[in-house]
Design a protein around this ligand. Structure first.
Ligand code: C5P
Length: 271
């Protein structure tokens, strides 16, 4: 482990073991993990990504999940603004036992919205990165096969690839801006069979995603989905099968489910 750079440097390399990838390879694949959210819906406490799951911070699970993928040789973690040093220390402490110990992990500071945080993560990528996977720290249990499948589809030529699952609930569209908790008039009921719930990692040709972040303006809370920004450029986005264990930890009940999934993995896979 070779921590380098002062703690307040914009991109602090926390763990560099070169030699894994050919720096001249045109399609080097990096992961950007936005982890700067406060996690308000999870209740009071530390930023969501730093909360423990099975005794290990959620962010560490997410970094491991991406770093385990053979395709990924660099992980850029986007930490809460002003907390990059804390995040770097936490990763130094936990990443000793990565299966693939050649993956480089860099920490940068995030912004006020997820869109800002992803943009700041993209800005930290070296030039030789051609494929980018953007993965929510809040999806700590994504299986490595899902990560590999998304990366492979981009490497095979798709400019934007998203893992997704059919929705199980019927979904109603309402007028935005209603009173929270009050009755909301329904304006439409989209056909359920035509809907998909999207997950991460979302994979991109790096140039396409960078262009989307340069050209698509931020509105309101900013984009919650990178693929949606790419769609607005008129670029085709394709879906590949997602995985039920790639769910997002948002509310307290999600923590209960995540702990159960972890316990089962530990019992059955010596995870
Ligand atoms: O808000 P939500 O839970 O959908 O956030 C998805 C991901 O975006 C989380 O991993 C969160 O840490 C990240 N995020 C961020 N910067 C923000 C807000 C959210 O990196 N300002």
């Amino acid at each position: 482990m070779t921590p380098s750079g002062p703690s307040d440097s914009p991109a602090a390399s926390v763990r560099t073991r070169p030699g894994h990838s050919d720096p001249s390879a045109p399609l080097r694949c990096a992961a950007v993990i936005p982890a700067a959210g406060r996690g308000v819906r999870l209740g009071p406490g530390a930023p969501k990504a730093l909360r423990a799951l099975g005794g290990t911070p959620m962010l560490v699970h997410a970094v491991r999940a991406l770093a385990r993928a053979r395709a990924v040789s660099l992980v850029v973690v986007v930490g809460p603004p002003g907390e990059a040093a804390q995040v770097r220390t936490l990763l130094d402490d936990h990443l000793e036992h990565l299966a693939d110990d050649s993956t480089e992990v860099v920490v940068v500071s995030g912004g006020d919205t997820r869109q800002d945080s992803v943009r700041l993560g993209l800005a930290a990528l070296p030039e030789d990165v051609g494929v980018v996977l953007v993965h929510d720290a809040a999806r700590p249990l994504v299986p490595v096969d899902t990560v590999e499948a998304v990366a492979a589809a981009v490497r095979a030529g798709a400019p934007a690839v998203v893992p997704a699952l059919p929705v199980t609930d019927t979904v109603k569209q309402v007028e935005p801006g209603g009173e929270p908790g009050g009755p909301e008039p329904v304006v439409a009921t989209p056909e359920r069979a035509a809907l998909r719930a999207v997950q991460t990692p979302q994979g991109f040709d790096r140039r396409v995603l960078t262009e989307a972040h340069e050209k698509v303006p931020a509105a309101g809370e900013g984009a919650t989905d990178d693929a949606g920004m790419v769609e607005r450029l008129g670029v085709e986005v394709v879906l590949v099968p997602g995985h039920e264990e790639a769910f997002k930890v948002t509310r307290p009940l999600d923590m209960v489910l995540a702990e159960a999934v972890l316990a089962r993995r530990r019992a059955t896979d010596a995870f």
